[in-house]
Design a protein around this ligand. Structure first.
Ligand SMILES: [Zn+2]
Length: 246
């Protein structure tokens, strides 16, 4: 039997049998793992609350058969109390874990993604920051981490400084009026996106509904879907469910 002890974030859970739950975790040192949490759906279980989506936990696991692990011990590392009390924060957090779950890096550890994930959950748990643009900025960070950060300071096609009037996620950034394709972008959204990508994220997140926010969120969803080559549940739902139990 292989045992492992690691730090993890719960990405998704689903029911298994009468009282068990399978949880998909992103761990710091072992990449993405699936665990079978026995009996957690019984009301008497103390482990259940630690294995909800977005939970940041310390786990001790034992590998049984196949690639499924069984939980030996689970403990909270961060409580995320502010995050869990607000519907917009929960919705943003669920969007983040869904996108991380879509990353096609099964079985390969990626500590960089783990760090980004823990940081974005901490941001959502911080009452100083508005939650609306947190998921969108996380998607752009993930693109940058993968070497696909969109070009926003010049036309991605002809390198002209602008004016930049369109954004095309397939081409990888903003476009001038001669090269325009994709969707039109307002001057407000262009400024906001540039601030997010060029070091002013913390001040952007302190503002309530900055001009262009809706456009930037739509562009982020589009860019991350094109990057992964598939439609994501969260970007289709205008009001994502607060629980990912299926
Ligand atoms: Zn151009």
């Amino acid at each position: 039997m292989k045992e492992l002890s690691d730090e993890a974030v719960v990405l998704r859970t689903y029911k298994s049998g009468e009282a068990d739950r399978v949880c998909v975790l992103w761990t710091r040192h072992h990449g993405k793992v699936r665990i079978l949490a026995k009996g957690v759906r019984k009301t008497s279980s103390r482990m259940g609350g630690s294995l909800e989506p977005m939970a940041h936990v310390k786990v001790e696991l034992v590998k049984t058969r196949g690639d499924l692990y069984v939980t030996r011990h689970v403990a909270h590392l961060t409580r995320l109390t502010t995050l869990r009390e607000s519907y917009p924060r929960i919705a943003a957090g669920l969007a983040v874990v869904e996108v991380v779950d879509a990353i096609p890096t099964e079985e390969a550890a990626d500590e960089g993604i783990f760090d980004l994930l823990v940081r974005v959950l901490a941001t959502l748990d911080n009452p100083e920051y508005e939650p609306d643009l947190v998921a969108a900025s996380f998607f752009f960070k993930l693109l940058a981490y993968d070497g696909s950060e969109p070009v926003v300071d010049q036309c991605v096609n002809c390198e002209s400084p602008g004016p930049l009037v369109a954004f095309n996620a397939e081409v990888g950034g903003m476009l001038c009026s001669n090269c325009r394709s994709g969707v039109s972008i307002s001057p407000e959204a262009r400024v906001l996106l540039t601030r997010i990508l060029q070091g002013q994220l913390a001040s952007v997140l302190r503002e309530s509904a900055p001009p262009g926010a809706g456009e930037v969120m739509a562009l982020a969803h589009q860019a991350i879907e094109i990057h992964f080559g598939r439609r994501l549940k969260v970007t289709r739902a205008t009001a994502p469910l607060a629980s990912s139990e299926q």
